[in-house]
Design a protein around this ligand. Structure first.
Ligand SMILES: [Zn+2]
Length: 233
């Protein structure tokens, strides 16, 4: 007997294929367009697939849901490798007693961005010219996907006081409110700076953590500011 996939299975396979091509997730409409099916049917298949643990979805703001493949893909493995490197560095940082040495922690994050994480997120957009706003949003999404704690929620706010800056908010950051983990947030600050500057070169940015769970704030907030003139430092 030959097993012929039915219509539903055929579409599910198509959905898996398009999801595996896209590292940063896709919305229902984007998937519908790629597989040539209407939005309602696509949503129905996505629900079935999420129930079967073939894919997972993540709320991105109040109205948008993004979908990702669970099955291993090349991009997933590359991302996993980068995350392993990330956490090895993190452990090294903690081991070498960087606690309190925020400057060094930040340098480490910046170096990490140069070595791998940037490559991972820019490779597929090599010929694309990014806007500052887009890069900050990409980072927000990337942090949300790659974080080891499922409760993490990231959000980007426009800074009402300054058109050249955004606030990236991380809820349930892995610093977990513990004083000795403050350097994690500093590594992240360096990492964000490295990724942004790489994607927007030669534009330089300032990244400061302005609120932190470690200091009793509800979430960690980073002020990401575009410097007016590209500089060499
Ligand atoms: Zn923090």
């Amino acid at each position: 007997m030959i097993l012929v996939p039915n219509r539903s299975e055929e579409y599910q396979l198509k959905i898996l294929n398009v999801l595996e091509e896209e590292d940063l997730g896709l919305s229902i409409s984007q998937i519908a367009e790629k597989i040539g099916l209407n939005r309602n049917s696509t949503a129905k298949y996505l629900e079935i697939m999420a129930e079967k643990d073939l894919i997972y979805k993540r709320e991105q703001g109040p109205t948008q849901k993004l979908f990702y493949p669970i099955r291993r893909s090349k991009s997933f493995e590359a991302r996993a490798d980068a995350m392993v490197r990330f956490y090895q560095t993190l452990h090294a940082a903690l081991f070498y007693d960087l606690l309190g040495d925020t400057k060094k922690a930040r340098e480490i994050g910046y170096e990490m961005a140069k070595k791998g994480v940037t490559e991972l997120y820019t490779k597929q957009f090599a010929n694309y010219e990014f806007k500052f706003e887009t890069v900050v949003h990409l980072i927000s999404i990337a942090v949300g996907i790659t974080y080891p704690t499922p409760l993490v929620k990231t959000r980007v706010h426009r800074n009402p006081k300054d058109k050249n800056s955004f606030i990236l908010e991380i809820k349930n950051c892995i610093c977990d409110g513990m004083k000795e983990y403050k350097s994690i947030c500093e590594i992240q600050a360096g990492l964000f700076k490295g990724v942004i500057e790489d994607m927007l070169a030669p534009q330089k940015v300032n990244v400061e953590e302005i609120e932190c769970r470690v200091d009793g704030a509800e979430s960690c907030k980073y002020l990401i500011r575009k410097l007016e003139e590209p500089t060499d430092s």
